[in-house]
Design a protein. Structure first.
Length: 130
């Protein structure tokens, strides 16, 4: 089971656990953490991104650093992602290819709550290799 935050293009968010997310698959489920809750079906096409996180609560006071750490090696290609809602993420990827529906991304900020993220390309306005 992976801790995830599903963020939708319409601004909604679902937090919980998933074990059936597969890139390229149309649907998966998130089990919210509330007792007695039922799995929430998620349509991948409705997402902005799926965040795989360390903690479901996160740290609201943390300000994500938008640059790479000096002298630290980066696995994969450095990338800048701009979403249609204006959010900008800086990180790295091993899987971005133009024409694919999505790709995995790792934030440049190692102190981020985000371990990795699956970005839905249709929710972006710009994806730039740095």
């Amino acid at each position: 089971m992976n801790k995830v935050v599903a963020r939708f293009v319409d601004g909604r968010m679902v937090k919980g656990m998933t074990s059936d997310f597969v890139p390229g698959k149309d649907r998966f489920h998130v089990m919210p953490g509330e007792p007695g809750s039922r799995p929430v079906p998620i349509e991948t096409r409705d997402l902005k991104a799926l965040f795989f996180v360390k903690d479901l609560s996160g740290n609201p006071a943390h300000v994500e650093r938008k640059e790479f750490e000096e002298g630290k090696a980066v696995a994969g290609k450095r990338i800048r992602v701009v979403f249609a809602d204006g959010e900008v993420m800086i990180g790295s990827t091993n899987g971005y290819q133009a024409g694919r529906p999505g790709f995995f991304y790792v934030p440049a900020d190692s102190s981020s709550n985000i371990l990795r993220c699956y970005v839905i390309v249709a929710a972006t306005t710009e994806v730039t290799l740095l």
